[in-house]
Design a protein around this ligand. Sequence first.
Ligand code: ATP
Ligand code: MG
Length: 548
Amino acid sequence: MANFIQQEIENDLKAGKYKNGILTRFPPEPNGYLHIGHAKSVCLNFGLANYNHGLCNLRFDDTNPTKEDVEYVDSIQEDIKWLGFDWGDRKFFASDYFAKFYEYAVELIKCGLAYVDDLSAEEIKAYRGTLTEPGKESPCRNRSIEENLNLFERMKAGEFADGEKVLRAKIDMASPNINMRDPVIYRITRTTHHHTGDEWLIYPMYDFAHPLEDAIEGISHSVCTLEFEDHRPFYDWLLDSLGFDVNNRPRQIEFARLDLTNTITSKRKLRQLVEEKHVRGWDDPRMPTLSGLRRRGFTPAAIRDFCERIGVAKSNSLVDVAMLEHCVREDLNNNADRVMAVLNPLKVVLTNVTETEYLFAENHPTRGGSRFVPFTREIFIERDDFMEDAPKKFFRLKPGGEVRLKYAYIIKCEEVIKDADGNVIELHCTIDPTSKSGGATANRKIKGTIHWVSAEYALKTEVRLYDYLLTTDEKGNLPEDFIGSLNPKSLIVIENALIEPSVKWAAAGTHYQFLRLGYFVTDPDTTPEKLVFNRVVGLKDTWAKVRD
Ligand code: ATP
Ligand code: MG
């Protein structure tokens, strides 16, 4: 774990800070499902804790009741566990601290550091100033402490309408940092909260709540994304003002968020895709959510590996999604059994085969394991593996040509059968009985090897092939109008593919390499009557190519 945050942690420890140990937290807002960007934060926060023999809390940052829901609280826990991390018994809700936040706000008022403002949201915005001009003080800014205490109490008691008053920190309307120009810290909104129900009418703003949540839990290092860098002065101001010990209070450190080519990492946009039904749901295999990636067949190990490899930087950059695909390909190459499936079948009659034979087939080149695949007089091969007017360099099947059937024999194409329209519907071939794979006389070399399935024993299967959800420029940058740029070919369903019978009882989530076609996983839509496979990734590794 060599990154600049770890370095900062070590510096702090050397300086004698955080004597109680390292405590980090992952603080999702339960307003959507976790996506690949969150995975980076999960891996980082739990990773830092593990590395430093510390702990990591799971905290739902649920201070904004309008967009939050228990569905998300549940899915977030499932996804973190799936990624392989454990928060033990330290699952917290920011909303559990609402009473404490209120006390801290009262404390600020008593110190003369907060006031109740009657300005409307628009007025507050207009008074805030700009990057080049200072802000203007509200007429309410110099209310007495007693008046502020009284008004804040009445805000809580429901005496005012939504938006009629707010509580603001009293800092500096001329600060060059706009976040320090008396930020709003409490607002009135009559919204039922998924965790606290109707108990509260006033809700703390994120910038006020977050440092306090960290401080209440005793977090040592509060790791967040770069957009909060300008908020750090307020984070420190608040903890200073409330008298938290500088050697033991949480410290905010920012890192670059993960942005991936071809990939949406905004919860708002992902929610729009779900709500407008452009995808099947949050777990649609094209979604970059962890539940989508899981269904697509990405493995936790591959995602953790990816997060480790991309590292942690202080400036934003765009990571090539091919690198994520490389990680899953590498994992599945090492761990997925090989099988044969035919996506676009062409029938082949082997005219000199009379009996079914069971041929030995290795499951994996290094992990071992084996099975027997039935070899019959009628088989199917991939339509693409036959070409009538083939160029010289076509080393698969052509009229009069030979090719090896994987695990089986060399066959020769003797006759091409066509329908009335001239379409090829069947091939008649013969096998060379002396050429059996692994057999004593199998030393005849031939250039092409193709996959196949037995017509009699193959299982019908649905295969879903995926492409990126959005069409992007060549660099993978996302378009402005993302709904208008949805890729119409992001899902291709092949209803009648065929697969060898060995996969018949595969549980949902089982991975295979379909020889020459890519890595696949059984989808939860699989039933006893019908297998359904998702393609995880193809075999070709564009990332490895770029790297070499
Ligand atoms: P979004 O912009 O998708 O809504 P968010 O930051 O609002 O994301 P949170 O639920 O607040 O979502 O995020 C939880 C944690 O994950 C935060 O600490 C946040 O900084 C981090 N996080 C969110 N997106 C990314 C990303 N793309 N890369 C790294 N960390 C991220
Ligand atoms: Mg956030």
